[in-house]
Ligand binder design. Structure first.
Ligand code: DGL
Length: 267
């Protein structure tokens, strides 16, 4: 599994709960976080390097936990690599289509994800009559990552990103970035209890579990899976910041040099 940094640990958390018998290796590209302001070409290049690195470790399924990387690179990776690869966007869009009653769905995500139009396309593929309202939230992931989820600045930022969606009468909002589940209570309070917030992490974990099971490559039930981490930035701060996202014991972290990743990649 990989992500632009620590955010995807919300996805790993759900996977560890849903698939306790599986082994996981998580690569956080914390040295190049954030992906949100980057161009699709740049994100594709990074995703290609990381995917090649992880596939060389002989993984049986690759999960693109990052919404920005999924939006820019998932089909591109799937076309080029001989491996089972799943990602975000589709699983939570499917659930949002099932949940919405008034067929008005909001999406909060990074500027790269919104610009890609991936969510709108995924939602309309499943229900062509749905109204999709997209809200880019530049800065929000970085602010959450910096650790302060209850400062006045944070509350103001969350309110200002939620405000345009509130006027659209959406009854379902996709939290289309790995960081946003950490501000779920604040968002739920702002939107009100009648609006359902969809957390991609849970849906990606369900898809990963179903994929292993349908392919018949799941581990024996009852076995205790192991998990470990790679990061491209500072290991200490990866553990410190990441612990809030993972909410599980956090050890076995090693550093991967970006210069090493740059020698990998997808042709
Ligand atoms: N993992 C990224 C995402 O889900 C977090 C934000 C970023 O890197 O800008 O989009």
């Amino acid at each position: 599994m990989f992500d632009s940094g620590v955010g995807g640990l919300t996805v790993l958390h759900e996977c560890l709960v849903a698939m306790p018998a599986e082994d996981f290796i998580y690569l956080g590209d914390s040295g190049r976080f954030p992906y949100g302001p980057r161009t699709p070409d740049e994100i594709r290049e990074f995703a290609g390097q990381i995917a090649s690195h992880l596939l060389a470790l002989d993984v049986k399924l690759l999960v693109v936990a990052c919404n920005s990387a999924t939006a820019a690179a998932l089909p591109w990776l799937q076309e080029r690599l001989d491996a089972a690869i799943i990602g975000a966007v589709f699983p939570e869009s499917e659930v949002a289509v099932q949940i919405t009653r008034n067929r008005r769905v909001g999406v909060m995500a990074t500027e790269a994800t919104i610009a890609s139009d991936s969510y709108r396309r995924a939602l309309l593929d499943m229900d062509a009559g749905i109204d999709v309202f997209s809200q880019p939230c530049p800065q929000l992931a970085a602010m959450i990552q910096n650790g302060d989820v209850s400062s006045p600045e944070m509350i103001e930022a969350v309110k200002s990103y939620a405000a345009p969606l509130k006027t659209t009468r959406v009854d379902t909002v996709i939290l289309g970035c790995t960081h946003y589940p950490l501000v779920t209570p604040m968002l739920q309070r702002i939107f009100g209890s009648s609006v359902t917030l969809v957390n991609p992490a849970r849906e990606i974990a369900q898809l990963a579990a179903a994929t292993l099971w349908r392919k018949g490559i799941q581990n024996r039930a009852g076995r205790e899976g192991k998990y470990s981490f790679l990061c491209t930035g500072d290991v200490e701060s990866f553990i410190k910041v990441g612990a809030r996202f993972l909410q599980m014991p956090f050890e076995n972290v090693s550093k991967v040099e970006i210069s090493g990743l740059e020698r990998m990649g997808v042709a």
